[in-house]
Design a protein around this ligand. Structure first.
Ligand SMILES: Nc1ncnc2c1ncn2[C@@H]1O[C@H](COP(=O)(O)OP(=O)(O)O)[C@@H](O)[C@H]1O
Ligand SMILES: [Mg+2]
Length: 382
């Protein structure tokens, strides 16, 4: 992850926020999120609007497990940390939806979200911020709420009251509400309890969820005789490089707001999102890219581990392709499968690289370790 960047450069070095175009934001996000360009474009525009003081576009991210929802949220945070211009916007929080409700009391708990935003704000503002600075930083927060689908109003066909509580609470926050928030701050040189009236109207909200079952639900609606829907043609690239036109069901072609209502999203809550964005499935090519390039990929992590031992870790292109191919077979875990599979290959080498045949000596004490296709095949029994 990037350094915290808490050393403030002098104002002269900072570019005006309006000069950092969505394209540049997109490019920075893309360093950590691969194969989700459509979603990243929406996110980049929303961030641009947010930091330039326009009404931000709240976004709902829908994508299967392991396709990058949480990764997108983490990379927004990384973006804010990386660009010194975004220092005022670093009070960002990523929180699981279920933490925002108290299920015993059936109560929405916005304070938990605000506490997280406050902690981030304080770490950016340094010691003893003024009440005004603290309030302003919190009001500019970017709020990412993960696993929002788990707070559906219907779970396994039964009403889920706690989900309704959460969605009602959140929709009011997203509309812009003033929340009385108690904390401690320095007033006239003295620390005391203060109540901050936090106006949530300037916050940006990004929610994400896998919405398991939504795909089947919509497919069944579309496939039902007399639904009046017709599958659309898609260009499909085959393994040998040909392009074939096929009629195929994709969620993106058919998803309507009504489907999400049926799923258990409260209509007024859904209406708070300016964009509902579907993440793409990850192809073998994208999985390979993720393995090789995403800085949080298991391969990149392992490289950093071996660097400590003065060993340069490399991977053959074919080896990476084989791993990606195996990962794609685990459709339920998406890119998460890369970690498990790569782990099987690298674990013994990380444990004791020194006796491996794969280790080559370079000059003075430096070594190189190459993950070959042969090694991958033998470890995975292919
Ligand atoms: N589009 C992507 N780009 C880069 N890495 C990804 C992507 N999707 C998933 N990953 C990797 O796979 C793992 C799981 O991804 P995550 O974002 O947590 O999935 P989810 O969509 O379930 O939130 C993470 O470790 C991440 O590094
Ligand atoms: Mg996730």
């Amino acid at each position: 992850m990037a350094e915290t960047g808490d050393t403030a450069p002098s104002a002269g070095e900072l570019r005006p926020l309006a000069s950092i175009a969505p394209k540049e934001i997109f490019a920075e996000l893309q360093r950590g999120v691969l194969g989700q360009d459509t979603a990243l474009r929406y996110v980049a525009v929303a961030i641009f609007k947010h930091v330039t003081g326009k009404v931000p576009g709240n976004i709902l991210l829908i994508g299967n497990s392991g396709t990058g929802k949480t990764t997108i949220m983490n990379n927004i945070q990384r973006l804010y940390q990386t660009f010194p211009e975004y220092r005022p916007f670093r009070s960002m929080t990523i929180i699981n939806a279920n933490l925002l409700v108290d299920s015993d009391r059936m109560e929405f708990r916005p304070d938990r979200l605000l506490t997280a935003a406050e902690q981030r704000a304080r770490s950016v503002l340094g010691r003893d911020p003024t009440v005004e600075d603290l309030k302003a930083a919190m009001e500019r927060a970017t709020v990412c709420i993960d696993e929002i689908d788990k707070m559906s109003s219907v779970v396994a066909g039964k009403p889920n009251a706690i989900g309704v509580v959460l969605q009602q609470g959140l929709l009011t926050l997203m509309e812009g509400e003033t929340v009385a928030y108690k904390t401690y701050a320095f007033v006239d040189g003295e620390e005391r309890e203060v109540t901050l009236d936090i106006d949530t109207g300037g916050m940006m909200f990004i929610c994400g969820g896998a919405f398991e079952g939504l795909y089947d639900q919509v497919y069944l609606r579309v496939a039902k005789p007399g639904s009046g829907e017709k599958l659309k043609s898609h260009a499909i690239r085959t393994a040998d490089g040909d392009v074939r036109i096929e009629e195929r069901f994709t969620l993106g072609d058919f998803l309507k707001d009504e489907d999400l209502f049926t799923y258990g999203m409260v209509p007024q809550f859904l209406a708070r999102f300016d964009n509902i964005v579907l993440l793409d499935e990850l192809s073998v090519d994208v999985l390979k890219e993720i393995l090789l390039k995403a800085f949080d990929s298991p391969y990149q992590r392992s490289r950093r581990y071996f660097e400590v031992l003065d060993i340069e870790l490399e991977i053959e292109d074919l080896a990476a392709a084989l791993i990606a191919e195996q990962a794609q077979k685990h459709t339920r875990t998406g890119a998460r499968a890369l970690r498990t599979i790569f782990g099987k290959i690298i674990n013994r080498l990380e444990y004791d690289p020194w006796r491996s045949d794969a280790l080559e000596e370079l000059e003075e004490g430096k070594h190189r370790l190459v993950v070959t296709a042969g090694l991958v095949r033998s470890k995975l029994g292919l």
